[in-house]
Design a binder for this molecule. Structure first.
Ligand code: GLN
Length: 284
């Protein structure tokens, strides 16, 4: 095994499963050989072409060394969309879909909402909201021009023309046409000292999307500081954060003047998102 000798689909899979996750092995084999998951089950004894076997071996080795599956196959699913991803963007995570759910809850009664997604990366959140709210308008902001190219490609693939891109750090140098119904963000929140940054998959992702190179809270400070001036009365600020950051993010939200500040848990029960609302009524 591991040479250019002929392999069946089944034997190739068996080889890969010794070192990488079963599902990853199957997805890489589908990608390298162009066959469907059904074909892998019904015709396991079909021979791989030499080029397919060589490409599969190289992909398995890259996965073994920690490259995320999404980078190897160039795409990932998020909220029902198939997104192109490259090493210029964070791989969208399933738990971020819960943040989109929360956003759609707060926007339920809102016609033609005006939204800003700060640190859009691949455009995952912005495009999901734009798809669910076709009459809305989403400003997708990122400081990385390379990330915005990936996001723009995704917008084109998904035909979501109600997303506009702005290359900027948080709120710097841009102004929305009016006040916003929602500001949403999955910013870099991993503290620079966290060993998770060297973990499987993560060490291949853009550091800019993962850490502020400080205590993991810099983005929340910046996002909170500009929120009230940009939100409509009653508008929401919703963010994802680390499992141990809910309390401190909630405190930042309260200090920034937001009300109804609450956190929500991910599927494993950890508080992973915090939201708050600009007070609805001023003096009449
Ligand atoms: N959830 C990601 C991780 O833990 C981090 C994403 C982020 O920093 N926004 O790998």
């Amino acid at each position: 095994m591991g040479t250019a000798s002929q392999q069946t689909r089944a034997r190739a899979l068996q080889w890969a499963r010794q070192t990488i996750d079963r599902l990853d092995a199957r997805l890489l084999l589908e990608f390298a050989s162009g066959c469907t998951s059904n074909a892998l089950i019904t015709d396991p004894d079909v021979m791989l072409e030499d080029a397919q076997w060589a490409s599969f071996q190289s992909l398995v080795r890259r996965r073994e060394s920690g490259e995320p599956l999404a980078y190897l196959v160039g795409q990932t699913g998020f909220y029902g969309d198939l997104l192109t991803v490259t090493a210029d963007v964070l791989v969208p995570r399933p738990e971020t879909e819960d943040l989109v759910d929360w956003a759609l809850e707060v926007l339920r009664a809102c016609d033609a909402p005006s939204i800003a997604d700060l640190g859009t990366g691949s455009g995952a959140i912005a495009l999901a909201l734009a798809g669910a709210k076709p009459d809305g308008r989403v400003l997708a902001v990122d400081v990385s021009a390379a990330a915005l190219l990936v996001a723009a490609n995704n917008r084109q693939q998904l035909e979501r023309s109600n997303v506009e891109f702005i290359c900027a750090s948080w709120y710097e140098g841009w102004q929305a046409a009016g006040l916003l119904d929602l500001i949403i963000s999955n910013p870099p929140y991993i503290p620079a000292s966290d060993p998770h940054l060297a973990g499987d998959g993560v060490r291949f992702e853009p550091r800019l999307a993962l850490t502020d190179e400080a205590d993991g809270l810099e983005a929340y400070r910046a996002i909170a500081a500009g929120a009230l001036a940009r939100l409509k009365p009653g508008g929401w600020l919703l963010v994802e954060h680390g499992h141990d950051q809910a309390e401190v993010v909630a405190e930042l939200w309260v200090r920034a003047g937001l009300v109804n500040v609450t956190s929500r848990a991910d599927l494993s029960g950890n508080p992973r998102m915090t939201g708050g609302q600009k007070p609805a009524g001023g003096p009449l």
